[in-house]
Design a protein around this ligand. Structure first.
Ligand code: M6R
Length: 615
């Protein structure tokens, strides 16, 4: 996955594109590049590694950049061809007049490349993207019209693409096209933009046109025209972005991840606001557009998601089954899309995705849609492609999440599941009135309890310091917090590169126990009141007997825990069914502080990108 920024206008082209790329850095950061239309020529700058290298490069070349009027920039997360200068975008045609940046994967690039080689094109990189540059240039050679050339080219491309092109001989335009990869146009005063995502333009304009698949945007500094691949003009709605530029600031925190962890109480309040007024009123979830009669008879729900969103979905399964009695399957999108599923028109399919862009989940949703299921999307990006496929849409409203490691979007997904499950339970009448009121009361209290954790992190920091030299971790839990163990372990491995695995505590003795010794700390999630509390204690004892160092994450006041565990991290008391939304916070912090102590790049861990737009 990569980020694209195109700009044409009277502003400072280099600065605008660099700002845009900075705000898209979550999309990829193994190389970056920019092409400028300057002084009648196309100038290209590329660097390896993070965007800061491109900034420095452009700074050092400032004297040779005279007065650029347009440019296209790119930040790369390598798919075809390793991260290298030659593979960095923009790519050019043989004569260098046409430049292109691309996000996505061209599946038939080898066949196209063969044909273009026969025509005399000179390829320089190993990328699929370079094929696009040669293809469009070849079409331009016959049509002498860049719009026509791009249109004729994209119909030959198979796969996914968001493209932005610029040509030396077509001075007043940049052109974008998309299929299965996001692209939007930002509309300013005397300036316009093309970008992969809204953070790229938010500091300049809030007016946006989202391109749909197979659309082409012809953008000059004072005009935007959108056509389809047949050349017919498409009338598009201009939307106003719901975000403020301040969402992209660290607000005094050292990292976005820490800021986003600290935002969680407000994220929950924001999400509950208007949906859960008081414990006596029914949940107001007007977003769910399913007929009440259908909800009453619903007997199959399938949830599809990836990564952290998948972990939230596992919690969602417990909540929905507990509150409503409806059977719920949860499956990684990447598995769902390659098998014969039982999804049909009576299945409620829930797609969960922070970004609303994840390719596997997108494909899964499309497949379910073809089977005529009701599609409910839980996402942080109601402006995303995935949201457009929703019959019902629950926006989690967590605000832009910049750090690659998902934190506040996870908690917001959990809260959405509580609201959804309560809403269904109220329609079905499947919960005892007193229990229902208690849950609502506890939900309203959650932000305060998370604030309690965030107000004193000393113990978590001490734990992080003490354990940061370990190379492996095991997280154990049972029941609804098994997903918390998976998520806690994922947080640790993705930002600190420490090998951490979540296990059902009862599974320890069926294999993983063989790994236990003094080099393998075990973190146990222990929520008193649950029927499995004592069982997890026993599993922890078993680990202790193999010399493992033990950490407890618990709301128990039992002083004896200090004898068994090396460190006891306390969380406020909460009923087990709600505990994942609290227990995840210290685990996020633990991962954060370990990565911090190890000097890792917390917000942009290696090999990862925030949204994975390739299958
Ligand atoms: O945007 P999505 O929620 O669909 O992304 C799915 C995963 O790539 C994502 O949750 C990933 O696991 C997290 N960034 C990890 O913190």
């Amino acid at each position: 996955m990569c980020g694209i920024v195109g700009y044409i206008g009277s502003g400072d082209v280099v600065s605008v594109i660099l700002r845009g790329l900075t705000n898209l850095e979550y999309r990829g950061y193994d190389s970056a590049g920019m092409a400028l239309r300057d002084d009648g020529t196309i100038k290209i700058y590329k660097t390896l590694g993070k965007l800061i290298n491109l900034k420095n490069e452009l700074e050092s070349k400032r004297k040779e950049i005279i007065h650029p009027t347009a440019g296209i920039g790119h930040i790369r997360w390598a798919t075809h061809g390793n991260p290298s200068l030659v593979n960095a975008h923009p790519h050019t045609c043989t004569c260098g007049k046409l430049v292109v940046v691309h996000n996505g994967i061209i599946e038939n690039y080898k066949e196209l490349r063969e044909e273009l080689l026969k025509k005399g094109c000179k390829f320089r990189s190993q990328t699929d993207t370079e094929t696009i540059a040669h293809l469009v240039a070849d079409e331009y050679a016959s049509s002498k019209d860049l719009e026509v050339a791009l249109r004729n080219s994209v119909i030959k491309l198979q796969g996914a693409y968001a493209i932005c092109v610029m040509h030396k001989d077509v001075p007043d335009v940049i052109i974008g096209a998309r299929k299965h990869a996001p692209l939007l146009v930002g509309i300013g005063e005397n300036e316009n933009f093309i970008a992969s995502d809204t953070p790229a333009i938010i500091e300049y304009t809030k007016k946006t046109i989202y391109l749909d698949d197979n659309e082409i945007a012809i953008v000059s500094k004072d005009k935007v025209k959108i056509t389809n691949t047949k050349g017919k003009v498409v009338e598009k709605k201009t939307e106003i972005l719901p975000f403020e530029p301040v969402a992209l600031s660290k607000m005094g925190f050292k990292h976005f991840m820490l800021k986003e962890i600290y935002e969680q109480p407000d994220v929950i309040r924001n999400l509950l606001n208007g949906k859960l007024y008081d414990i006596s009123s029914p949940i107001a979830l007007n977003e769910v557009k399913i007929d009440k009669g259908i909800i009453k008879n619903l007997n199959k729900i399938q949830i599809i998601a990836c990564g952290t969103s998948l972990h939230a979905s596992l919690v969602g399964k417990y909540i929905i089954e507990d509150f409503t009695g409806i059977s719920v399957d949860v499956e990684p999108s990447s598995e769902y899309i390659y098998r014969k599923t039982t999804t049909d028109e009576s299945t409620l399919v829930i797609g969960v995705s922070q970004s609303g862009e994840t390719a596997d989940t997108m494909t899964a949703i499309k497949q379910a849609k073809e089977k005529k299921s009701h599609i409910l999307i839980i996402t942080n990006r109601p402006d995303s492609n995935m949201a457009r496929y929703a019959d019902s849409l629950i926006p989690v409203n967590a605000g832009i999440e910049v750090s690659v490691a998902a934190t506040k979007s996870y908690t917001a997904q959990l809260i959405s599941f509580y609201l959804l499950a309560l809403h269904i339970a109220e329609i079905k009448g499947s919960l005892d009135e007193k229990y229902l009121k208690n849950i609502k009361h506890e939900l309203i209290q959650l932000p305060y309890k998370i604030e309690e954790i965030l107000s004193n992190t000393t113990q978590i920091q001490e734990c992080a310091k003490k354990f940061s030299s370990f190379k492996n971790f095991i997280y154990i839990a049972r029941g609804i917090n098994l997903a918390t163990a998976y998520e806690g372990a994922l947080k640790l491995k993705e930002i600190s590169y420490i090998n951490a695995t979540g296990y059902a505590a009862g599974e320890l003795k069926h294999g993983p126990i063989a790994m236990l010794d003094e080099t393998m700390p075990v973190l146990s999630i222990l929520i008193p009141g649950s029927i499995t509390y004592e069982k997890i204690l026993s599993n922890s004892e078993e680990a202790k007997a193999r010399n493992a160092k033990l950490i407890a994450l618990t709301s128990s006041d039992d002083k004896n825990l200090n004898n068994l565990f090396d460190i006891v991290i306390k969380i406020p008391k909460v009923s087990e069914i709600l505990s994942p939304s609290i227990a995840c916070v210290p685990l996020q912090l633990l991962a954060y502080y370990i990565a911090e102590f190890l000097g890792k790049d917390v917000d942009q861990p290696r090999n990862l990108a925030k949204s994975v737009t390739v299958e």
